[in-house]
Ligand binder design. Structure first.
Ligand code: PLP
Length: 443
């Protein structure tokens, strides 16, 4: 290894990190007993620290990585783009990577979502969709449509607008005075179903509750925002596609936009390219990020329809969508995203993942049958289950246990999940299943 960044030890980098870096989603005092892991490099599904230990990235580095770390094709695409143009502002300028990406993305998205507006991360895409929906109605003569409906336990990011439609108390409560009031529809999460009620019946009941909200409040509602098929931060809650199909019908009937937040579920994660396909629906706004660049660079996009685009197209500047981020449509990020689309197209990734998923599901048999495991579930390249144990600190304990076993696992509460990159081989899957089982047995 010749790279300077790989020089040093965990200890030296940790001391410097502790003094200067404030980590996301972390009570920093906890690092006194559980310090972060200094990562020197990544290759395939593995991350390596400075002391030479390795960790199987079973959560795709917060759900962003699709094809493993340091993928040669994505590396090459970024390097080639680097020689031409790293970035140019997208207001008043355009460039090849953003044009090609927009054309290709629009042709792959469900429905007719031919207009791409770029942001930098997931939360900025959600802000864009919320603002654009509201502004659409204003431009169309319905300025009273200022409200949003979101789904209980949903997660859409942590900037103030996105947090307003997020329903995770831990992230919301401290900022509640800063947030907009929105209406929250019950979740279709089958874990919440009364005994004897099937996931489908529960999803349909949640859709009926949604209907009641829209019937009463549609005149003041701009959009419904949903995480299609999987509510990630709720603990990989996988619901029946009937909910999504009904939500689409209801939004159309009541004149409310449907915002599909596929920031986590997009790019094959649920087994289809986009989760919406499994309900045969198209949203009015599709938010994408995370896997869009294969986990390389921050980029997000909101795709929308001709109708929405037309509502802003005018001689009056103020009717335009006057929203921007400095790095909108960054050329390097777009080149990584184009390489991801090439890989998805050329390697028949969805078919490969079906084989991979069948293998990992079979290897997980002993886990699924374990007496401490509840609600074992699987969709596409996501597996999740609850661990029935008394430990209040389960998530942190499990994270540490996993590191000792060369795994990166990051439970949500007592929900343990795998969301690996699409590159695990049979040996890596066996290791993941066996060592996770060891942890569950000790829990
Ligand atoms: C469904 C969903 N929406 C939005 C976000 C926010 O994305 P970001 O963390 O890039 O702002 C996330 C992140 O986990 C997500 O899972």
């Amino acid at each position: 290894m010749t790279i300077a960044a790989s020089i040093g030890t965990n200890e030296t980098w940790l001391a410097r990190s502790r003094a200067a870096v404030w980590h996301p989603c972390t009570q920093m005092k906890l690092h006194e007993t559980q310090p972060p892991v200094p990562i020197a490099r990544g290759a395939g599904a593995w991350l390596y620290d400075f002391d030479g230990r390795r960790y199987l990235d079973a959560v795709s580095s917060w759900w962003v990585n699709l094809f493993g770390h340091a993928h040669p094709a994505i590396n090459a695409a970024i390097t080639a783009q680097l020689a031409l143009l790293e970035h140019a502002m997208l207001a008043g300028f355009t460039h090849r990577p953003v044009i090609e990406l927009s054309e290709r993305r629009a042709s792959l998205a469900p429905g007719s979502l031919g207009h791409c507006f770029y942001g930098s991360d997931g939360a900025s895409a959600v802000e864009i969709a919320l603002k654009m929906s509201f502004h659409y109605w204003r431009n169309r003569g319905s300025p009273e449509k200022t409200g949003f409906v979101s789904v209980a336990d949903g997660y859409h990011g942590e900037t103030l607008g996105a947090l307003s439609v997020t329903d995770v108390a831990l992230f919301r409560d401290a900022y509640a005075p800063l947030l907009r009031h929105n209406r929250v529809a019950p979740s279709p999460d089958p874990r919440l179903a009364p005994t004897g009620i099937s996931p489908r019946e529960h999803a349909l009941a949640a859709a009926r509750a949604l209907e009641a909200i829209l019937a009463e409040h549609h005149a003041s509602t701009a959009a419904l925002i949903v995480e299609p098929l999987v509510q990630g931060a709720a603990g990989m809650a996988i619901h029946d596609a009937a909910y999504l199909a009904r939500a689409r019908e209801l939004c159309t009937r009541y004149g409310v936009h449907l915002i599909a937040d596929e920031i986590m579920t997009g790019f094959g994660r649920t087994g289809s390219l986009f989760a919406c396909e499994q309900a045969s629906i198209a949203p009015d706004f599709l938010c994408l990020s995370k896997g869009i660049t294969g986990g390389y660079l921050p980029l997000s996009v909101v795709l929308t329809t001709d109708d929405v685009y037309a509502a802003f197209y005018d001689d009056d500047v103020a009717r335009g969508f006057l929203h921007s981020h400095s790095y909108t449509g960054n050329a390097l990020a777009c080149s990584a995203a184009l390489a991801v689309l090439d890989l998805l197209r050329d390697q028949d990734v969805l078919a490969g993942n079906r084989v991979r998923a069948a293998t990992l599901t079979a290897l997980a048999g002993p886990l699924a049958a374990h007496p401490k495991v509840r609600n074992f579930r699987h969709l596409g390249m996501i597996w999740a289950f609850e661990v029935d144990c008394a430990r209040q600190d389960f998530a942190r304990w499990c994270f540490a246990q996993a590191l000792e076993r060369e795994l990166l696992l990051r439970p949500i509460g007592k929900t343990l999940y795998w969301m690996p990159p699409y590159v695990l081989d049979d040996g890596e899957m066996a290791l993941l299943a066996e060592r996770t089982l060891e942890i569950v047995e000790r829990a």
